[in-house]
Write a protein that binds this ligand. Structure first.
Ligand code: RIB
Ligand code: CA
Length: 310
């Protein structure tokens, strides 16, 4: 057994997922033992194909497991308007040679949690459908997971898909509630932390000039998303999944975190998918989330740059 930390990533690639995955592949302290794929940014067929292609471009041999094609209960709209219809900027890349494994993502999560019991770092970068399904199949799953990091939520209600909700939670709020109620300790990197850790488009574009297949591929698949972001959010870009992955790979880079009870709202015309934080701890619930408030920006940017080979 090598002393690297086994890392399982549940993801809905997605342009920012792709950057987070490149960061994980680049980190020598972690061993990516699998990618379990969710529907979210775009449909499952595309997110699976994108995961396989990214592994091929990055030159890594990581098993990919397809998960649920839709949320647990209610259908939800995707984020193709941000990532492109195929989730990778509609560049028409040649499909990867490899195919996904036959095993369902939820079953792979359970199997790998046994294989790496007590050591597995699980990072969720998309809607929590697969993780929730695994938890329903085996409520003892959290006892075998060393650490769960989730990209999701908007802890003071500044959402990105509705005024109150962030995309991953909003896409499958029932799954998010199951996970936040089923795991006693979750490291949460939310949308508001994402927006507080932007980085300049100009600087990022300089990294993309690196002479590496990863940089060239990422430049192509992210072009549409970067243009969309620049038009709407100005001279800084934001990568939710990359920040969550930095927190996962390098928790020592977190400059400020707060532990609080966090619940998921399922109802309400304006509130469905909201992550409601009991900031004054009045409800008596346990602190189930360690919320990332501030991360070392230089360490964050250094990891993204290295992931691109820049
Ligand atoms: O709200 C941002 C999150 O939704 C990111 O994970 C992005 O990839 C989308 O899944
Ligand atoms: Ca994602």
């Amino acid at each position: 057994m090598n002393d690297r930390i086994p890392l399982l990533i549940d993801t809905d690639p997605g342009v920012d997922d792709a950057l987070a995955l490149l960061m994980a592949f680049d980190d020598p302290r972690h061993d990516v033992v699998g990618l379990t794929i969710a529907a979210g940014n775009v449909g499952l067929e595309h997110t699976v194909a994108n995961a396989l292609k990214l592994c091929e471009v990055a030159g890594v041999d990581v098993p990919v497991f397809a998960g649920c094609a839709s949320p647990l209960l209610h259908p939800a709209r995707d984020a193709a308007y941000v990532h492109g219809r195929d989730g990778f900027g509609d560049i028409g890349y040649a499909k990867a040679a490899k195919q996904a494994e036959a095993e369902h993502a939820a079953l792979a999560i359970l199997r790998l949690s046994h294989e790496y019991a007590g050591r597995l770092l699980l990072v969720a970068l998309g809607p929590l459908t697969n993780v929730a399904l695994a938890l329903k199949l085996d409520p003892a799953l959290p006892s075998r997971i060393a650490r769960l990091v989730v990209m999701g939520g908007a802890v003071t209600g500044h959402g990105n898909i509705t005024p109150a909700a962030e995309f991953n939670v909003y896409f499958d709020p029932e799954a998010a509630r199951i996970v936040l109620e089923g795991f006693p300790h979750i490291d949460l990197a939310d949308w508001e932390a994402t927006m507080a850790h932007g980085f300049s488009h100009d600087g990022f574009e300089r990294w993309l000039q690196a002479d590496s297949p990863k940089a060239r591929f990422y430049e192509a698949i992210s072009k549409k998303t970067r243009e969309w972001s620049s038009d709407r959010r100005g001279d800084h870009w934001h990568s939710a999944d990359a920040l969550a992955m930095a927190f996962a790979l390098d928790p020592e880079g977190a400059a400020e975190t707060l532990e609080r009870p966090v619940a998921v709202e399922l109802d309400g015309r304006h509130s469905r998918g909201a992550t409601v934080v009991d900031w004054r701890r009045e409800g008596g619930a346990a602190d189930n989330c360690r919320i990332l408030m501030r991360y070392d920006q230089a360490r964050f940017e250094a990891r993204m740059r290295a992931a691109l080979g820049a």
